[in-house]
Design a protein around this ligand. Structure first.
Ligand SMILES: C[S@@+](CC[C@H](N)C(=O)[O-])C[C@H]1O[C@@H](n2cnc3c(N)ncnc32)[C@H](O)[C@@H]1O
Length: 257
């Protein structure tokens, strides 16, 4: 179901406080009419602290552009894009509780944003491409991260992808050969070889963490899915240009048949 939120008369502070409490806990700390949604966030003033470093790399004027925020949570990034004048902003998330937060936040801020409950695996249903796709903080929550990147590339990626993933392990990136001999095993001992750490149970108390890349793997996953890294605003964040899929396989990719 798609809900379009139009600017409305602002709520009273008491009404906002009540709604913010009812919809707690919040992952996005935002100031909604003077009410902080997550003042005790373990990442401090998140995502403001992250956005301050990324903001200069995103066009200030998004007039006429369309934006899709995948895993939008309470809508922080979707709202920042709307504030920059984007013509259409769509936020999707698999969790309806977060979408309720996002709808409230957009309403309080008088921002017209579409929020829809949809998994990244279902984005083909959107039936259109977007000038900018935001895919922040979702990859490591997926059991099938490459499938998600491939689906994004195939169905919704227009010009730009703003991407973030938690990273663990080495932050070194070394040049790799195009191929290695079957008996050359040393390379797998290198901490900087692209690695995905598999979380069978929980990480940081969260059972929805599945695959955590090191830096080399995050960058390789992007390249391998047709996203050319053009900016690296901060350790975990990449601004990418969508390009043709690299010719890595001999035939068409199985999922696209
Ligand atoms: C760590 S939060 C990141 C939120 C926001 N993008 C950010 O960077 O602050 C991960 C979000 O991804 C959503 N999510 C997890 N799996 C998803 C999926 N398969 N499809 C869409 N959203 C998903 C979660 O519900 C949650 O809102």
């Amino acid at each position: 179901m798609t809900t379009s939120i139009s600017p409305q008369t602002p709520f009273t502070r008491e009404q906002i406080e009540t709604r913010v409490r009812e919809l707690a806990p919040w992952f996005h700390n935002m100031n909604l009419g003077g009410v902080q949604t997550a003042p005790d966030h373990f990442l401090f003033d998140y995502p403001n602290v992250k956005w301050r470093k990324i903001a200069p790399f995103v066009p200030e004027d998004l007039s006429g552009k369309t934006v899709l925020d995948i895993g939008c949570n309470a809508g922080f990034y979707a709202m920042e894009m709307k504030k920059r004048g984007a013509q259409r902003v769509v936020g999707i998330d698999s969790d309806e509780r977060y979408l309720k937060q996002a709808r409230l936040a957009a309403q309080v801020n008088g921002l017209d944003i579409e929020f829809e409950q949809l998994s990244v695996y279902e984005i083909g249903a959107l039936g259109t491409k977007f000038d900018l796709v935001i895919f922040m903080g979702v990859l490591y929550h997926l059991r099938h991260p490459l499938l998600a990147l491939d689906l994004i590339h195939e169905h919704v990626a227009g010009d730009w992808l703003l991407f973030q993933s938690m990273q663990r392990g080495s932050d070194q990136v070394q040049p790799l050969q195009d191929d290695y001999d079957f008996w050359q095993m040393d390379i797998f001992q290198e901490e900087s070889f692209p690695r995905l750490y598999f979380i069978e149970n929980r990480y940081s108390g969260d059972a929805t963490n599945w695959w955590i890349p090191n830096r080399a793997a995050a960058e390789a996953l992007l390249r391998s899915s047709g996203f050319q890294i053009v900016e690296h605003p901060e350790a975990e964040v990449y601004l990418c240009r969508t390009e043709e899929l690299p010719d890595l396989l001999d035939g068409p990719r199985p999922y696209s048949n």
